[in-house]
Design a protein around this ligand. Sequence first.
Ligand SMILES: O=C(O)CCC(=O)C(=O)O
Ligand SMILES: [Fe+2]
Length: 347
Amino acid sequence: MSSSQPLVEVVNPCQSSLLLMMDIPTTQSSLLIRTASSTIFTSQTFGQSNKCILVMAPPGCGEEGDIAGSVTLLRANKRICSVLNGPDQLFSELCTKDIGLRRNPVTRQGNKSEVWTRHFAQNWGAPYKFGVAVQSKSFDEAPPAILKALHRMLWGGNAAASSASEWIKNLSQVDPVPNRDVVFNELLSLGYMQDDRISYHDDGEKQLGPTVATLSLGSPAVMSFRPKRKAKIQTTYGKKGPKGDFVEVLVLPLYHGDLVVMHGTRIHRLYDHKVDPHGGRRFALTCRYIDPSSLNSKEEKEAATMNGQIPAEAFNSYRYLGDEVEADEPLSGKCQNAVSNALTRPT
Ligand SMILES: O=C(O)CCC(=O)C(=O)O
Ligand SMILES: [Fe+2]
């Protein structure tokens, strides 16, 4: 494991009211991340992936070092994408298999004309019934692509949570999310067609664990975070947009194979996020932990426990040890071509 010097160690949260443009070089291409001056970050290289840890520290929410949580971007490169069971293969599998993705009625309307979700969904593992009700199947019934992605996110969730905790220790006396093993029992698969998106929302239901990991597959996208109105964040940058909402404080480009890990429930109490894909097809696979004991009925508790169990054979076949490990056999030419045709990725 190697790590480079952080490009920026700490940016004083109250220093400036402007959004800063930070250019973080990666192995693949330059990654432009826009952050408010209240977001502090470090960038490291771990094995084959470039890891960038962004820590949300809302100014005015307490003492210096008052930290909402972290957002870690594990940036993939072509080598990571092309290995056996890697993002190229997962994308190809999801494009060619019917995994039951469909649009669902919107229950919490951000926009009155939005009656059906602007993305297709299918849930796996513990049923996910928050925000939009999504049809769900157990992990036992999940196709290999879903189980492979789940194992990739188990690795990513643990790698991100432990390195974020390590880094936060240097910044603050109080770690908002003490480090412990990250486990997931739910995976939401979303499919986006051209012009689809997911509007501002949080993943902060009280039944959820503190770590949420998303694997991006396919077209590039932009993920944005903005403070919630009700969070009453005293911001020096707290400009309101035309509709009276706060403007974004963190804007991340996401590419095929990237993993984003949000760590800390306070992130969701203080900020909303949205994702706007750019281009053709995209899948986002998001893992969470739903605490069965926090659910209301006996049936719900049982369903979460039973359906959320990861099949033992999947551990043997698909366990992912991370990008530190030398890349496995690359994909066959045919599979590789199908993926390249569908993707727009930086060179
Ligand atoms: O599309 C994405 O990358 C994120 C999806 C998301 O925010 C969610 O499923 O809650
Ligand atoms: Fe989300």
